[in-house]
Design a protein around this ligand. Structure first.
Ligand code: IPE
Ligand code: IPE
Ligand code: MG
Length: 264
């Protein structure tokens, strides 16, 4: 599987040339692209099993999809793209699969960093990356520093992320602030909680895409998803591509977002 690309010199027009028949690509309203698109990248294992491959091959194929969707989001002018790569519950998988994923994360990040830099992407991590194996952690920290000054799209990678752990951590940080006299219980409002989440400073996702057909959040962005629109496709993540993303955005653009109000 070719994971190592030197760079991608596509423009919006060349990247989105030749849309498949049946997709209303011309109906895309480029002035109403979600600011933050989030992907729950699910189905790598089932994709692999369905073709007689190992789950590891599925994860490798999933990286190729991730790269395509990152490029698509950059070309679309998305401000923030986030992706759920490894949950706090995924540690329960067999050690061999966890090790393979951690190795793959580190290797892919090394391979893809030149492209991310060329595209002016700023990488941030959601989750506790200090608990990752040494090499993966070091590569991630290197990438964080190398892209910290970038002003293009923010790529938020959720690795060792769980929304409940994130909320418990926010509560702990706020309690520490109270104990140290930096704030008072009365001053703790929604903005104060949001400021202690891994996503502090980022807009909430307007659109959350989940592949492989599962109808659940799996401990992802419980706070931030309060008013997100969901797009679920039965396509497995390795088969999800730029056109699937366009279909998700077209679906989003057809939704009536009321935020508890009434239809206009
Ligand atoms: C998603 O694919 C990737 C990770 C959770 C790391 P899965 O590995 O969950 O694939 P399925 O759901 O078993 O098919
Ligand atoms: C969610 O997928 C987590 C990631 C995509 C990283 P899972 O495969 O872990 O979720 P469940 O087990 O089907 O809920
Ligand atoms: Mg899964």
């Amino acid at each position: 599987m070719a994971v190592n690309h030197v760079y991608d010199d596509s423009t919006f027009e060349t990247f989105f040339a030749n849309p498949p028949e049946g997709l209303e690509f011309d109906a895309l309203d480029r002035s109403r692209i979600p600011r933050h698109i989030s992907c729950i990248m699910d189905g790598n294992g089932r994709w692999a099993t369905a073709q007689g491959l190992s789950r590891g091959e599925g994860h490798k194929a999933g990286i190729v999809s991730l790269r395509e969707i990152i490029t698509a989001c950059v070309r679309l002018g998305v401000e923030v793209m986030s992706a759920y790569a490894f949950s706090t519950e995924n540690w329960h998988r067999p050690a061999a699969e966890v090790n393979l994923l951690m190795h793959l994360f580190a290797q892919t990040f090394v391979d893809e960093l030149p492209l991310l830099k060329r595209e002016n992407v700023r990488v941030v991590f959601l989750g506790d990356i200090s608990a990752l194996p040494k090499r993966t952690r070091e590569v991630f920290e290197y990438g964080l520093n190398e892209t910290a000054h970038h002003t293009g799209m923010v790529l938020a990678l959720a690795v060792n992320y769980g929304a409940r752990a994130e909320l418990a951590r926010a509560a702990r940080l706020l309690a520490e602030d109270v104990a140290a006299g930096r704030t008072t219980p009365d001053a703790i409002d929604e903005a104060a909680v949001a400021s202690k989440l891994y996503t502090a400073g980022l807009p909430d996702p307007e659109l959350i895409i989940r592949t492989s057909g599962e109808l659940r959040l799996s401990n992802y962005l419980l706070w931030q998803a309060a008013y997100s629109e969901f797009y679920i496709t039965s396509t497995y993540w390795p088969d999800f591509d730029r056109w699937g993303l366009i279909d998700a955005i077209l679906t989003y653009q057809g939704r009536d977002r009321r935020f508890g109000g009434i239809h206009e």
